[in-house]
Design a protein. Structure first.
Length: 234
């Protein structure tokens, strides 16, 4: 199970999420109410547990921009939205492999949910530079963090079809109140939340963060339980 709390803007929020069990934290380097600077994140990452991944979120970021940000901000992964450079994941993989990083750079590509999701997922199936695919909601004005959920029942078949070949992360409109339902329907490898655990854009609600992680972990545990009779697991 992999649980990412995204859109962090402060050390207190990031440390709380790590302390209550987040697998990864996200920092947005793109236009957003939750946008952060390299300097802000560089002041946060040294104070986080080493076993918690630190992802930078980029919207159509360039190779040079992403490399500089990863190195200066102390990131361990990147999340790529609207990547017009199809070779970017492989170039990043090569760059950070050559640098002999102790921990390989995590690379997540984002796909918006659509009626063509299964085809889009299949198109990426052979890209070994990508570690996981994050399926998110998108509106005309926002690439993610919209607080809008997509149709989980419609997404279930492509999730189930591609899951054996690719790690899939569910996002978009998730919250403590519905995360168990999303996990039960989609059976993803991981989940990602932004607005569903906020008190205001860019400011987390500690109780909602803790509840989201607790509910997600319980739902993942139930999927993996031998008591399940449908033969499915995450």
């Amino acid at each position: 199970m992999w649980i990412k709390i995204c859109g962090n803007t402060s050390l207190a929020d990031a440390q709380h999420a790590a302390n209550v069990g987040a697998s990864a934290l996200g920092f947005i380097f793109a236009p957003s109410p939750r946008r952060v600077t390299i300097e802000q994140v560089r002041a946060i990452t040294p104070h986080l547990p080493r076993n918690v991944d630190r992802y930078g979120v980029f919207v159509n970021g360039t190779f040079d921009e992403i490399v500089a940000t990863v190195e200066a901000a102390g990131l361990t992964g990147v999340q790529l939205h609207v990547n017009t450079d199809s070779d970017l994941p492989s170039r990043l993989r090569t760059r950070f492999t050559i640098q002999n990083h102790a921990t390989p750079l995590g690379i997540i590509a984002v796909l918006p949910f659509s009626a063509n999701l299964q085809q889009h997922l299949a198109d990426t199936a052979t890209d070994t530079a990508i570690d996981a695919l994050l399926i998110d909601s998108r509106t005309a004005l926002a690439y993610g963090g919209t607080g809008t959920r997509y149709d989980w029942q419609a997404a279930q078949p492509p999730f189930r079809a591609i899951a054996p070949q690719r790690r899939l992360v569910a996002a978009g409109g998730l919250a403590p109140e519905n995360i168990a339902e999303a996990i039960q329907i989609l059976q993803p490898w991981g989940v990602d939340v932004v607005s569903g655990v906020e008190a205001a854009p860019g400011r987390k609600d500690p109780a909602r963060v803790a509840a989201f992680i607790r509910n997600a972990r319980q739902a993942f545990a139930e999927l993996e339980s031998p008591a399940r009779t449908d033969g499915q697991n995450a």
